[in-house]
Design a protein around this ligand. Structure first.
Ligand SMILES: [Zn+2]
Length: 218
C-alpha cells in the first residue's frame, strides 16, 4: 500500500520541479494570493478533473465537486464555497458542469439503491420526476445523458436562486451562471446556454436551454 502511494509522492515532486522550472517563482506568487475568475461546480467522478479539462493552472479555478454536481439550497458545504468564491474572491463566472454517462444520474434514473448516496441523488430524482413523461418517450440508450443535461439546467438554476448569487446581483456585482456538459466519449465541454447574469435572466434562460435540450434529443 505505502509503495503505491509513494508513486504519487514521487510524481508530485517531479511535477513541482517541472512547474517551477517552467515558470520560476510560480509557487511563491501563488502563496501571496489566489485570484480565480471561475467557480466550477462539478461531479466528483474521477474522469472529470476540473483544472485539466480546461487547461487551467493552480490558482485559476475555484472548485466544488460532489456526486452528480448537485446544488442544494440547504447544503452548507456547497453554499460556503459559493459564498467565499463570490463575496471574497469575486469570481466572475459560476459554471455548473455535468457529464455524460454520470453514475449518480444513472442511479437516479433507474432507482438503483447504492447506499447512503441514494439519499443525495434524490435531488436528481426530483429532476427526473419533473420530466418523467419526456424521459420515458426517449430510447433507453439516450435517457441517462438526457437526464444529465436536465440535471445541469436544474442545478444551474438552483445556483442562481441561492442567496449568495441573488444578493450579489442585488448589489450590482457582475456574476454570470452557466451550465455545461462534458462528453466522456470525446473530452469536449458543451455550453447548454443556460446563461444568467441577473435575476430576470434566470427563468427565460432556463426555458430556452430546456427547449434546446428537448429539441436535440427529439
Ligand atoms: Zn458523475
Amino acid at each position: 500500500m505505502s509503495n503505491e502511494l509513494q508513486e504519487l509522492l514521487d510524481s508530485n515532486k517531479r511535477w513541482a520541479a517541472t512547474t517551477e522550472e517552467r515558470e520560476p517563482g510560480f509557487f511563491s506568487r501563488l502563496l501571496k494570493q489566489q485570484t480565480p475568475q471561475y467557480l466550477w461546480i462539478g461531479c466528483a467522478d474521477s474522469r472529470v478533473p476540473a483544472n485539466e479539462l480546461v487547461d487551467l493552472l493552480p490558482g485559476e479555478l475555484f472548485v466544488h465537486r460532489n456526486v452528480a454536481n448537485v446544488v442544494v439550497h440547504s447544503d452548507l458545504n456547497c453554499l460556503s464555497v459559493m459564498q467565499f468564491a463570490v463575496d471574497h474572491l469575486k469570481v466572475k463566472h459560476i459554471i455548473v458542469v455535468g457529464h455524460s454517462n454520470c453514475g449518480g444520474v444513472h442511479a437516479a434514473l433507474t432507482d438503483a439503491r447504492v447506499g447512503l448516496v441514494s439519499n443525495w441523488i434524490r435531488h436528481v430524482q426530483d429532476v427526473r420526476n419533473e420530466h418523467q413523461d419526456w424521459i420515458d418517450s426517449l430510447p433507453d440508450a439516450r435517457r441517462v445523458d438526457a437526464l444529465c443535461e436536465l440535471n445541469v439546467l436544474a442545478q444551474a438554476r438552483n445556483a442562481c436562486q441561492t442567496t449568495v448569487v441573488q444578493d450579489a446581483w442585488a448589489r450590482g456585482q457582475e456574476i454570470v451562471v452557466h451550465g455545461w456538459v462534458y462528453g466522456l466519449h470525446n473530452g469536449l465541454l458543451e455550453d447548454l446556454q443556460i446563461t444568467a447574469g441577473s435575476h430576470d435572466d434566470v427563468a427565460p434562460a432556463y426555458r430556452r436551454a430546456l427547449a434546446a435540450v428537448k429539441k436535440r434529443y427529439a
